[in-house]
Design a protein around this ligand. Structure first.
Ligand code: ZN
Length: 292
C-alpha cells in the first residue's frame, strides 16, 4: 500500500471515530402524570385533602412514588423527564424533594388538564397514583375527573382517567407504557389500551384496601418503569378512531342541561349529553369546559 493512501485511510478512520463520538445520545423523553388517590397507603379522601391532618405524609409518599418513576426512567436512559402534578390543586408534589433530573409542572392551565405539557416530542407516558373510574366495585376513591361526572364514554368505551389521558397522549402519538395505582385501575387500563406495564400498590375491599408497604411500592414502580422504557417498541399509542363520540353522564340533571348548550352537543337523557367531532382536540376542549 502506498504511504499516501495509508495517510488518507488513517484520516478517514479518525474522522469516522470523531463523528461517532459526536453523535448525540439517543433521545428518550418521558412524561409522568402523577395523581394521588392511587398512591401506596392512601385510602380516604381526607388523606388527599390539603386540610386533612395526614395530607403532609401522603403528599410526601406521592412525591416519593414520582421519584421512583424518575429513577426507573433514568435507569432506562431517559434524557428528559417532565412530571405533571395532576391531583386536586395540582400543587401536591413537594418541589424540593423531587429528583432534580426532572422538571415539574404545577397548577392547572388548559384542556390537557392532567396531561398539561404533553406534546409530540415525548417518547413515553407513565401514570403514577391513578385510580379506577366512578362506580367501580372494590376500588379505592374511584371517580372520573370530578365528582360531578358519573360516566365518561369515548367511542362506546367507559373511560377511567387513565383511558382518557391515554387518548390525549395518543392524540400526540405517544404511548402509555406504565401505570401504578390500585388493582382495579391496573385491570381497567389493560382492558382499554392493551399492552401496558402495571404495578398494583393496593387492592380495594369495598371502601377498605389491603396494601403493600410504600417502600415496596416504590421499588416495584422503579423496576416496572425501567422495564417498560427498555421495551418501548412493545407499546402502541391509544388512538380511538374518528369520528369521535363523547358521551357524558353527570351526577346532576342541571349539569347535563348546561353541557347541552354548547353548539354540536345533544341531550341524550336526563343526566347525559353527547358531543361528536372528527377532531379529537374539539372533544378534549368540550369535556374541559362542561365538566365541573
Ligand atoms: Zn386525584
Amino acid at each position: 500500500m502506498k504511504k499516501s493512501l495509508m495517510v488518507v485511510l488513517a484520516a478517514v478512520l479518525v474522522f469516522a471515530i470523531v463523528a461517532a463520538a459526536q453523535q448525540p445520545a439517543k433521545k428518550l423523553k418521558v412524561f409522568i402524570s402523577v395523581d394521588m388517590e392511587g398512591v401506596s397507603g392512601l385510602v380516604n379522601w381526607d388523606e388527599t385533602d390539603i386540610k386533612g391532618p395526614d395530607y403532609p405524609l401522603f403528599r410526601k409518599l406521592m412525591t416519593e412514588e414520582a421519584n421512583a418513576a424518575i429513577s426507573g426512567a433514568l435507569a432506562a436512559g431517559a434524557t428528559e423527564i417532565v412530571v405533571r402534578d395532576a391531583h386536586d390543586s395540582a400543587r401536591n408534589i413537594l418541589p424540593d424533594l423531587l429528583r432534580p433530573e426532572a422538571q415539574l409542572i404545577r397548577e392547572w392551565s388548559g384542556p390537557l388538564s392532567m396531561m398539561e405539557g404533553i406534546d409530540k416530542s415525548f417518547d413515553a407516558v407513565v401514570f403514577i397514583g391513578y385510580h379506577a373510574r366512578a362506580g367501580t366495585p372494590n376500588a379505592v376513591l374511584k371517580h372520573t375527573m370530578s365528582l360531578s361526572v358519573f360516566d365518561l364514554i369515548l367511542n362506546g368505551v367507559r373511560q377511567p382517567e387513565a383511558g382518557w389521558n391515554a387518548a390525549i397522549a395518543g392524540y400526540f402519538d405517544v404511548p402509555v407504557v406504565f401505570v401504578s395505582g390500585d388493582a382495579a385501575i391496573c385491570s381497567q387500563v389493560r382492558e382499554i389500551i392493551g399492552n401496558v406495564e402495571t404495578v398494583a400498590v393496593k387492592e380495594g375491599i369495598g371502601k377498605a384496601a389491603k396494601m403493600i408497604h410504600p417502600s415496596k411500592s416504590q421499588e416495584l414502580i422503579q423496576k416496572g418503569v425501567a422495564a417498560a422504557l427498555r421495551n418501548l417498541k412493545a407499546y402502541k399509542p391509544y388512538k380511538p378512531t374518528p369520528p369521535y363520540k363523547l358521551e357524558i353522564v353527570f351526577t346532576e340533571e342541571n349539569l347535563a342541561q348546561a353541557a347541552s348548550w354548547v353548539p354540536g352537543a345533544i341531550r341524550t337523557g336526563e343526566r347525559s349529553v353527547a358531543f361528536t367531532s372528527s377532531d379529537f382536540m374539539d372533544i378534549i376542549k368540550y369535556f374541559h369546559v362542561v365538566r365541573l
